[in-house]
Design a protein around this ligand. Structure first.
Ligand code: SF4
Ligand code: SF4
Length: 383
């Protein structure tokens, strides 16, 4: 057992702040067990999405990762950078702040490694496990229990000084620290996020239906429902709306962090450039960002949807190429987009693609695109 005085919480905070972490809190490793019923309820009511871990134990039990864990250190780094995005003259796709700049996972892991090495230099033989969105443990609930911020009605962790544009990371450690106090919600009577949510995903205060969240829709593969297609607007990756409208973010401290400032990929990026991505260009624009993990096709699918929602006729030429894509759902969506943007002129392209199409779902989609041109009923295509 370690002497609890091998390093103090204040020494850890001081080191963390100096190295670039904005907020540090301490939680008990047992703090997640009370979420068992809440998670069970979410799963039973279909409110979780298919990228969420469905083994509840893995979401609440840190002892699986570190048998003798005594504390969880929660850290937060603000990505509320000042950046005035130039609007491109042409139609654009919107990139969430979470994907501006360098992939935050790398930045946070780097900071956590420094913090771990500092603690290990004081507490010989201590053991630590570092997490940044690479494990199903409930990281927002850890941050809440560690006093990083309160849960907003939009389900984000909100810190009074830094707002909610926060990347979170955790260190499980076998050194005991006194847990910090939780902060109860300061949302009061505000309901801005619930009213603004374009996906209607905030079904109640503090309750989200992940399947309706547009952030999830931008990473979900394949075909989306027609209603989701319309609601996506110009979103290419992620959705920031419920945070953008939050009064706590209006008055939040701004930070200067080069690593989270847009580089090649712009917050409102030229749509035709995304529609024309090849592997090399995809790497150049998305490779270093956190938006790259879902791959090129999902990004291009979203760009096709953005072209439809922006009624961007300049996208017609790239769409004529994409109708021959290797990806079935890109072919299907290109056909649908052409049926809307190019109308009857698109008919020969879609018909030719339809006759060559082998994928049954996509064939069906193309058939509906042709019906769309003829003004026949185009049914919702949820798959
Ligand atoms: Fe709604 Fe967008 Fe927030 Fe999801 S991210 S809850 S869609 S506002
Ligand atoms: Fe809370 Fe209002 Fe912010 Fe929503 S917008 S999280 S209700 S303060």
């Amino acid at each position: 057992m370690f002497n609890v005085t091998c390093v103090t919480k204040n020494e850890i905070r001081e080191f963390a702040y100096k190295s670039g972490i904005d907020i540090v809190g301490f939680a008990s490793p047992d703090c997640l067990f009370e979420y068992r019923d809440l998670l069970k309820n979410r799963y039973e009511n279909g409110l979780s999405c298919n990228i969420e871990e469905n083994d509840i134990e893995k979401r609440i039990n840190p002892y699986i990762l570190l048998e003798d864990v005594k504390s969880i250190i929660s850290v937060a780094v603000s990505y509320n950078v000042v950046y005035e995005a130039d609007l491109p003259k042409s139609a654009y796709g919107t990139i969430s702040r979470t994907a501006w700049g360098i992939d935050y996972h790398k930045v946070l892991i780097d900071l956590l490694e420094k913090l771990r090495d500092f603690i290990l230099s004081k507490c010989n033989d201590a053991k630590a496990v570092l997490l940044v969105d690479n494990n199903p443990l409930l990281e927002r609930a850890i941050a809440y229990n560690a006093g990083i911020g309160f849960f907003g009605k939009n389900n984000m962790i909100i810190n009074e000084e830094f707002g909610s544009y926060l990347f979170l990371g955790e260190m499980l450690i076998n050194v005991p620290f006194e847990p910090d106090s939780k902060i109860e919600s300061k949302c009061g009577s505000c309901t801005r996020c619930l009213k603004a949510c374009p996906g209607k995903a905030l079904i109640e205060e503090y309750k989200i239906d992940a399947n309706k969240c547009l952030s999830y829709a931008t990473i979900k593969k394949g075909y989306l429902s027609d209603s989701t297609l319309k609601r996506l607007g110009t979103r290419i990756y992620g959705c920031d709306t419920c945070q953008d409208v939050c009064p706590f973010n209006e008055k939040a401290k701004k930070v200067t962090r080069r690593e989270f400032t847009p580089q090649n990929l712009k917050p409102k990026h030229d749509l035709r450039e995304i529609l024309s991505l090849d592997k090399k260009k995809f790497q150049e624009l998305f490779g270093t960002t956190s938006a790259s993990w879902r791959g090129k096709n999902t990004i291009v699918r979203n760009a096709i949807i953005a072209a439809i929602n922006s009624n961007d006729k300049d996208s017609i030429e790239p769409l004529k190429k994409l109708i021959n894509s290797e990806s079935a759902y890109i072919r299907g969506y290109s056909a649908y987009a052409l049926s809307i943007l190019h109308k009857e002129n698109a008919f020969p392209y879609i018909e030719k693609a339809y006759l060559n199409e082998k994928d049954e779902s996509t064939k069906e989609f193309m058939k509906k695109a042709m019906m769309n041109i003829r003004g026949e009923n185009f049914e919702d295509n949820e798959r």
